[in-house]
Design a protein around this ligand. Structure first.
Ligand code: PHE
Length: 689
């Protein structure tokens, strides 16, 4: 089936704005208002911005461009898009979709909490402003904790489920129903709904930020948020959280952005949209943090004045506590608490809902693309299944399940592995140049050849380091990973591993099922290979595999450390040689009319993994096996000069970056008012290949 034909059948976003907002809506979610601020606070304050910005620039934005161009090029949701590359890679698409589905079983549960707390706030508004968790001083904090964990969740420790909390069932139904209503009509309506669900939370955030910053004592709070603790940068966990957060926050690796881009109009921009969306997401996270911590500072000040001081560090804890204990408590100390509490939970709901339905949509589109079933049937069935899984998390032990599963899927074990696979498949095993030309031919600005190397080398190596680093730690964990040394199973890790192992298994099964629809094959011609390329590929494969095999054997036998060390160093040396060789073969033969040999491609993949493994092993040795983590307490409670510089730099990146994007968008539109020639040139270039 030709691409043009597909395009005619496929629905599309109404406008460029509709797409940008929908993608921003997916990216900007609970991760921004709740995940980012507490991660930044817990892992080094302003110092955390360094790994975060590195991750955003080196991995986040290039990958966003990659996912957009793949979705746009193939006009299909993730599994079929990967299938277009090669039959065998459909599984990579499904893998992401399944992990996305896992997220969409618990994400609406958090939305359900928000609906409940919104209802409490509304009742409060009519109740003379009294919120049920209000209380004074440190005792008040304990009350607020008690309210969320005991009164609301009926929480108990451990993985025993206990009974379902019936008070959360209705809010969960409301969450799923709202998601359903947003997407049941298809993406064109989504493109309209997001004109509401994206600006609205921004407005709410603006209200909270202005109000927070004008509170007395707000700077105290900002000091907790921004004052850097540089030593945190030496801890691996800081880097892992930064990378994980970038992935989760930008909705990457779960097929969401691929799917959304598949609904884009043929002539739509790709690169500039990707940059706008990524920067908007970062801006929202950062500003959300300002709102949260300024308010906490205000709370600290008020309680000091009342002679019953509650310092920021006594309330600011990680995880769900920030949104459902610390912030509600802080609001309760301040005037008009019920109204601002309403604003806060309303912001969370509007932020979260479009992220949640973006995952549903990508799962839905994948199933519809594969089976040809009607979305009016698939969506309700899927929603009911998602809801049913959600019941697990609204039991008494449910929050622990949520934490365990989220930790795996969304951490370095799940998300980064998938991101790495994506880059490997598209960078080494296919022709990344084709995607680049496709994106460039219709974008406001172009990415250079450097981007190919980001996808092929830099990103897989970086993500590979994180993945292997985690693996080495898990394997060396003295208290055991799946079982303690005493032989007791560790249920939270077992559940997490089970989910991670099941995902590819289900993905393989799904990819083996026959497509009901016509297959899509992304245009490429294969011609006979030259003997030279074949021979070169075999040489490269040998030089990649020998060090790997040696290394793995050396890990499992008893030999002297010096020999072990030598073997370790062969990894990067062999790796570098192989990378150069395979890159050369790919550049020379992997063109639009010929294909490089498979041995050459796989050699490249293995070599990049070797380099990652080597760096991870070195880092693991350097940082030691123990992972101590203490929450920072800045020495002084005023914003330091460094923090002002940090603030200025972040604002420069955000305002300057977005300003540049809009400038490029406007400049290009006015230049191409006539016939859309660049697109046509671009398309004909693609068609030749
Ligand atoms: N990006 C969303 C957030 O920050 C979550 C999300 C993850 C949405 C993955 C879609 C896919 O909350």
């Amino acid at each position: 089936m030709s691409l043009e034909l597909l395009e005619e059948q496929r629905e599309s976003w109404g406008s460029r704005g509709g797409f940008i907002l929908a993608a921003v809506g997916s990216a900007v979610g609970l991760g921004n208002l709740w995940g980012f601020p507490y991660k930044l606070y817990s892992y080094g304050g302003g110092a955390f911005l360094i790994p975060y910005i590195v991750a955003l620039l080196l991995v986040g934005i290039p990958l966003m461009i990659l996912e957009f161009s793949l979705g746009h090029y193939s006009q299909r949701a993730a599994p079929d898009a990967f299938k277009g590359v090669h039959k065998g890679f459909e599984v990579v698409g499904w893998w992401g979709i399944i992990l996305g589905f896992v997220i969409v079983t618990y994400y609406p549960v958090v939305l359900a909490y928000c609906f409940s707390f919104l209802a409490y706030s509304i009742t409060g508004m009519f109740n003379g402003g009294k919120l049920p968790w209000a209380g004074e001083g440190l005792e008040g904090v304990a009350n607020a904790k008690n309210f969320f964990f005991q009164t609301y969740l009926g929480y108990h420790e451990g993985m025993r489920l206990g009974g379902i909390r019936w008070n959360i069932v209705l809010p969960l139904v409301v969450a799923w129903l709202s998601m359903y209503l947003c997407i049941f009509k298809g993406v064109r309506l989504v493109g309209k709904i997001v004109w509401l669900t994206v600006p609205l939370p921004w407005l709410m955030l603006l209200i909270l930020t202005v109000r927070g910053l004008t509170l007395q004592g707000s700077m105290q709070g900002l000091a907790y948020y921004l004052d850097p603790v540089w030593s945190e940068l030496a801890k691996p966990v800081t880097w892992r959280y930064a990378f994980g957060q970038v992935f989760f926050s930008l909705s990457l690796a779960f097929g969401v952005m691929i799917t959304y881009a598949s609904f884009l109009h043929r002539k739509s921009d790709i690169n500039n949209n990707a940059l706008i969306i990524s920067l908007a997401d970062f801006a929202t996270s950062f500003i959300a943090g300002l709102a949260v911590f300024a308010t906490l500072g205000g709370m600290a000040f008020v309680t000091q004045q009342a002679g019953n001081p509650v310092p920021v560090e006594n309330v600011a804890e990680g995880g769900p506590s920030l949104a459902f204990v610390a912030f509600p408590y802080a609001l309760a100390q301040l005037p008009y608490s019920a109204y601002f509490s309403f604003v806060f939970f309303f912001a969370l709901i509007t932020l979260g809902i479009d992220s949640a339905f973006s995952i549903t949509e990508s799962v839905l589109a994948s199933i519809v693309d594969k089976t040809g079933w009607h979305r009016n049937i698939v969506l309700p069935v899927m929603s009911i299944i998602g809801f049913a899984f959600g019941l697990i998390y609204i039991t008494k032990g449910g929050l622990n399940w949520l934490g365990a599963i989220d930790g795996f899927v969304n951490g370095t074990r799940g998300i980064t592995l998938l991101g790495m696979l994506e880059c490997i498949v598209l960078g080494w095993l296919w022709r990344i140049g084709t995607l680049r030309r496709h994106a460039n031919s219709r974008s406001d600005w172009k990415v250079g050849k450097w981007w190919d190397y980001m996808i092929r080398l830099v990103i897989p190596i970086l993500l590979g380091i994180l993945f292997f680093w985690q693996l080495f730690e898990d394997m060396n964990n003295e208290t055991g990973f799946l079982r303690t040394p005493q032989g007791r199973w560790i249920p939270e890790n077992c559940i997490g591993v089970a989910v991670l192992v099941l995902a590819p298994v289900i993905a393989i099964v799904l990819s083996l099922l026959k497509d009901r629809r016509g297959n899509i094959v992304l245009p490429h011609k294969e011609q006979d290979l030259e003997t030279k390329a074949r021979f070169g590929g075999l040489v490269a494969l040998t030089s990649a595999l020998v060090p790997t095999v040696q290394y793995i054997i050396s890990l499992n036998i008893d030999i002297s450390p010096s020999i072990k060390n030598t073997i370790l160093w062969i990894l990067p040396i062999g790796g570098a040689i192989t990378i150069v060789l395979s890159s050369y073969i790919l550049e020379k033969y992997n063109t639009s009319t010929t294909q490089a040999s498979w041995p050459a491609r796989w050699a490249g993949v293995i070599a990049t993994m070797n380099v990652s493994m080597f760096i991870a092993a070195i880092l693991f040795d350097l940082t030691g096996k123990a992972e101590i983590h203490e929450i920072k307490t800045p020495a002084n409670h005023e914003l330091t000069g460094v923090s002002y510089i940090i603030l200025a730099v972040v604002f420069l990146i955000i305002v300057g970056g977005l300003g540049w994007c809009f400038y490029r968008a406007i400049a290009t539109t006015s230049k191409f008012d006539g016939p859309q020639s660049p697109d046509e040139i671009g398309d004909s270039e693609e068609q030749q290949s």
